[in-house]
Design a protein around this ligand. Structure first.
Ligand code: GLA
Length: 385
C-alpha cells in the first residue's frame, strides 16, 4: 500500500499545489474463466490489495499535464490535441480522456500524478487499474455522472483504441466493482453479476511471478479473439441465432468448425469448456471442496497451454513443478498469457517453503528470479482523499 499523504506530497512537488482529489483503483486476480470474457462467457475475478493511485487537480486552461512516478517523467498535451503516443504509459490515461470527449462530456485542463504498487507485466491488470483510477477520478473532478459500469466500459474502450488490445471487460469490471473476501461471478454477456464468498479455509492464494512478458503478447491476444470470432461466423452461417461462443455447444463445433480448421476448433472448444469449468468451480467453492477447485485450475491450465496456446515455457514449468506438492491443490497461468503469474491454491503457511524449493530450479532453468506474491483480496475503485 502507498500512503495517500505521499501521493499528495509528490503531486505538490510536481505541480506546486495540492490535488483536488486522489482516486485508487486495484489490480485483479481471476480464479477461473480465462479468455471467456470477450466470448460473452463467465469470469470469476476479484481485486487485490495492490493499486494504482491518481492525484488530480483542475487547471485554468485546456492543458493536460501528466507525471508518472514509475518513469520519472512528464507528458504534456492539450485537451483538443489528445491522440495516441509512442511513449506508452500516457495512452492508458489519454485513452480514457478521449472516451470522455467522445461522449461529449465537459472537461477542462488538469494536472495528474500517477503512482502505484501493482507489478507491471505480471498479468495483474495494472493497465486496467490506470484506466479505472483515471476515469473514476475525472468523473468526480468534473461531475460527469458516470456509473461504475460506464467507467469499466470506458476503460475497456481506452485499451482497444489507445493500447491496441481488444480486451474483454473482466479487468476493468473487477477493478471498479470488487469487494474484499468475495469474487465476482460476472456474466460478460449482459454484465449481470453476483458476489461469491471466497472461503479458502486452510488454504490461501499465492501468485508466482515468472518475471517474463513475451513480446507479441498483444498481437497474439487479438489473434485468439479473431479465431473465436471465426468459429462463430462459420456456425452462424448455418445457425443465424448464434451470436457468440456462449451460444455454442461442442456438437456445433464438431459439425461446423472442426472440418474447416483444427486450430480454430481447439481454441473455440477450450472457451466452451472453460465456461462449464467455471460453473463447477462455483459449486466446489460453495461446497468448500477445494480439491475439486484445484483440479479444475489444473485442467484450465492444460487447456490454455495445449489448446488455446497462450502459455509459455516459464508458466508451464511452474505449474508442472507445484504438482508434486500435496500442499498445493491446484495451479494455472492467469490472465492473457505469454508470461505474468501463475495462481496457486496453497496450504496456509506453506508458500514460503514452496518458493524456496522451486525458485532455484526456476533460476537454473531460465536464469530468472521467481517472485511470490501473497495476495489479499481488496475493494474496488474509490476516492481516497
Ligand atoms: C486479459 C484481458 C481480459 C481477459 C484476460 C484473459 O487480462 O484484458 O479482458 O480476456 O486477458 O481471460
Amino acid at each position: 500500500m502507498i500512503e495517500t499523504t505521499q501521493i499528495g506530497d509528490r503531486f505538490r512537488e510536481q505541480y506546486g499545489s495540492v490535488p483536488d482529489l486522489i482516486s485508487r483503483s486495484p489490480g485483479r486476480i481471476n480464479i477461473i474463466g480465462e479468455h471467456t470474457d470477450y466470448n460473452e462467457g463467465f469470469v470469476l475475478p476479484t481485486a487485490i490489495d495492490k493499486s494504482v493511485y491518481v492525484a488530480l487537480g483542475k487547471r485554468d486552461d485546456q492543458q493536460i499535464h501528466l507525471y508518472a512516478e514509475d518513469f520519472g517523467e512528464f507528458f504534456r498535451t492539450d485537451l483538443a490535441q489528445v491522440a495516441p503516443t509512442d511513449k506508452g504509459w500516457p495512452n492508458y490515461i489519454l485513452g480514457v480522456v478521449n472516451q470522455l470527449k467522445e461522449r461529449g462530456l465537459l472537461l477542462s485542463g488538469f494536472n495528474l500524478y500517477i503512482d502505484g504498487d501493482i507489478p507491471v507485466g505480471a498479468g495483474l491488470s495494472s493497465s486496467a487499474a490506470v484506466e479505472c483510477a483515471t476515469g473514476f477520478g475525472l468523473n468526480q473532478l468534473f461531475n460527469l455522472g458516470l456509473s461504475r459500469i460506464d467507467l469499466a466500459k470506458i476503460g475497456q474502450l481506452a485499451e482497444h483504441t489507445y493500447a491496441g488490445v481488444k480486451c474483454g471487460i473482466m479487468d476493468q469490471f473487477a477493478s471498479v466493482l470488487s469487494k474484499p473476501d468475495h469474487v465476482i461471478r460476472l456474466d460478460c454477456r449482459d454484465l449481470s453479476y453476483q458476489y461469491v464468498p471466497l472461503q479458502l479455509h486452510d488454504y490461501e492464494l499465492v501468485l508466482l511471478n515468472t518475471n517474463v512478458k513475451h513480446a507479441l503478447a498483444s498481437s497474439a491476444y487479438n489473434d485468439r479473439r479473431q479465431a473465436c470470432e471465426q468459429a462463430v461466423e462459420w456456425i452462424q452461417s448455418q445457425h443465424p441465432a448464434v451470436k457468440s461462443l456462449r451460444d455454442v455447444s461442442i456438437e456445433l463445433l464438431d459439425q461446423w468448425v472442426q472440418p474447416k480448421d483444427e486450430s480454430v476448433y481447439r481454441k473455440a472448444r477450450f472457451v466452451v469448456e472453460e465456461n462449464v469449468r467455471l460453473d463447477r468451480a462455483c459449486t466446489a467453492l460453495a461446497a468448500g471442496d477445494l480439491s475439486e477447485l484445484g483440479q479444475l485450475l489444473y485442467r484450465t491450465h492444460m487447456g490454455l497451454s495445449q489448446h488455446y496456446q497462450v502459455s509459455c515455457p516459464e508458466l508451464d514449468f511452474l505449474v508442472d513443478q507445484v504438482r508434486s506438492f500435496p500442499e498445493v491443490l491446484g495451479a494455472r497461468m492467469m490472465g492473457g498469457g505469454f508470461g505474468g503469474c501463475t495462481i496457486n491454491i496453497v496450504k496456509k503457511g506453506f508458500g514460503t517453503k514452496l518458493v524456496e524449493e522451486i525458485a532455484p530450479r526456476y533460476q537454473a532453468q531460465f536464469g530468472l528470479a521467481l517472485t511470490p506474491i501473497f495476495v489479499k483480496t481488496g475493494g474496488g475503485t474509490e476516492i481516497v482523499n
